[in-house]
Design a protein around this ligand. Sequence first.
Ligand SMILES: [Zn+2]
Length: 429
Amino acid sequence: MDAARRVLDADVEVRGGKITAVRRRTGHGHGAGRALDCSGLILVPGLVQAHIHLCQTLFRGLADDLTLEDWLAKRIWPLEAAHTPDTVYWSAMLGAAELLLGGTTAILDMETVRHTDAAFQALEEIGLRATAGKCLMDAATNSAGLFEPTGRALQEAADLCARWHGAAQGRLRYCFAPRFAPSCTGPLLRAVSDAAEKAGAVMHTHAAETPVELELVKRATGQDEIAYLDSMGIAGPRAALAHCVWVDRESIGQMARAGTNVVHCPSSNLKLGSGIAPIPEMLAAGCHVALGADGAPCNNRLDGFEEMRLAALIQKPRLGPDALPAAKVLELATLGGARALGLEHEIGSIEVGKRADLVAVDLSGPHGQPADADLASRLVYAARAADVRHVVVDGRIVVRSGRLLTADLEEIRVKANAAARRLRRAVGL
Ligand SMILES: [Zn+2]
């Protein structure tokens, strides 16, 4: 994924967490370092998913086949309100384990209103690169279990930012995460824009996911949602807006001019029946686009390969088979995600000077053959998360031969199940 999109038969040398050389393959390691044998495998930049809710991983299978409004009000908000530090921790561990094992090395994550420290602790331990933030919900219309007064919400966000922005040698970062326009007041959105600018942090929110949401914002503000967010300072290269399904030409032009990041979540948009985001139109207008799986209860996987394949496929019935080709989708899943995290100079490609976030994929199975076919096509249309063999984040081997090295998967399974049972009991599901 360098500027020339080169495909090389090469060794990648990593020192101090950085890629220090990409050179012709010699078959043996250079110098005194350890070698991770990737012969026969395809080494790609780690996938970046720019819209995830780790706090919802325990809700997988508990909120199926509902409209977004019912999905939120009847299931997701009560479950989030029932979270404890322990359940947030195991929800994050379960989600992060799935992401790492499936070749995702970096995420932009929206947590719930409380216990965000517990999610950061899990991320610190398991070794995923993450920009995460507590969810901000200060509008009086919010469900009682999640509502917070503006000042308290902003203060906790600032405290979390001070603790976690740049932690784990820069692998962890903070984002300011208003849930979506209808759940936030104007003063909070403006304060978020200022705080993000001051901290050098990303703003992460949902936008234009359903017509109901657009109507709510229109009634409250008299403005189109994208224009309203723009007027509050939630726009530009620091902003990542998940979904953007219901956007017209004007909104698309506005996001393109501002350099706002759009995060496309095709599985989530299909499962909740939200619609198909006009991604090819956004790209043609010059918008910055990344991909994300959203949360486990609206997907129900956190599989970056699945999102790539679906992102390409869902445009084709509408615009023809040449809409959103494989190579472009691979770019959205790597460099596009890196840009949404504000890390385009750090990750997203295998290039000297970038952080070593690398994934080795095994496409020797029948579904990955023949081997001479176009590599982007094999990765986007044929590869699966289960094909991931090795994963390196920030120069550290976190998955080797399909095995998670940084946490005990069996323990995660047991503890996550117990935590999910507690949450279900708490909300009577
Ligand atoms: Zn979401």
